[in-house]
Design a protein around this ligand. Sequence first.
Ligand code: COA
Length: 297
Amino acid sequence: MESPFRADVLIGKVALLTGGGSGIGFEISAQFGKHGASIAIMGRRKNVLDDAVLVLQSLGIPAIGLVGDVRKQEDAQRVVEATVKHFGKLDILVNAAAGNFLVSAEDLSPNGFKTVMDIDSVGTFTMCHEALKYLKKGGPGRCSEHGGFILNISATLHYTAAWYQLHVSAAKAAIDALTRNLALEWGTDYDIRVNGIAPGPIGDTTGMSKLVPPEMNSKARDYMPLYKVGEKWDIAMAAVYLASDAGKYINGTTMPVDGGLWLSKPRHLSKDAVKQLSRTVEKRSRATPAGLPTSKL
Ligand code: COA
């Protein structure tokens, strides 16, 4: 699908994306590149990064792949520095790396819980920590007025509760807290904007194949407000909006991009039934003199 944004909205920007070699992270990489940014992608698997870089370069996007694990501070530091060494600066950090699996709370081991917290929450903070000196206003390659931008990919699971996703709900809740607190402190001190996107179910992703059994996909259509699974493009367009000057006054927000799914509830009454019921109730209450309990009538 074609982008509704001008092709130069991110011109001259340098973006580093964790988990940028596949899934939602790759789509954001490609769309940032198509809108003018140079791209560094970080991931654990060299072959995935190599393939992704080839695709980006075939689109005319300046791109490099950097192998690293967000759980290792030395990797985070090396990758941030290699990005700046290669492209001269860093404007945008996208934390899209995530780990997930379905497991009931009683079968989840403390190490399983910790593993997801380490990848999602601690990994996001470690990347932000290492990138700060390059993203702050007046940092290397930056002017003294404008700081960079951080985008954290989160979820909507923890807005309520989610079956078999205790570890991920906890990890994403921590990410949303990071987004708000960094937006407050680093927005004030360094002119860095920090925002998040909370994707709903997005087709053709590892998350979808790992977490949603195929028979659920068709059932989901019955209760999803927009009756469809999202596309990676939907997330990438929200990312372009937030990263571009269109989002210059948006800070500390995590935007759900889920078609309104997290609000969904099964319909307990048909619209006709509701009309009938509410009219009847109104008529009954009009016929009741004020102050008298209906039981006395
Ligand atoms: N159910 C229950 N526990 C699980 C599990 C599962 N499906 N998969 C892993 N774990 C537990 C392990 O048992 C281990 O805990 P233990 O030592 O108490 O047994 C712990 O999690 C770490 O597992 P390990 O396989 O060593 O971790 P890893 O670092 O190699 O892999 C994962 C990390 C588990 C998150 C892996 O799924 C991954 O790398 N995912 C990345 C891609 C991804 O999930 N993308 C989805 C985005 S939505």
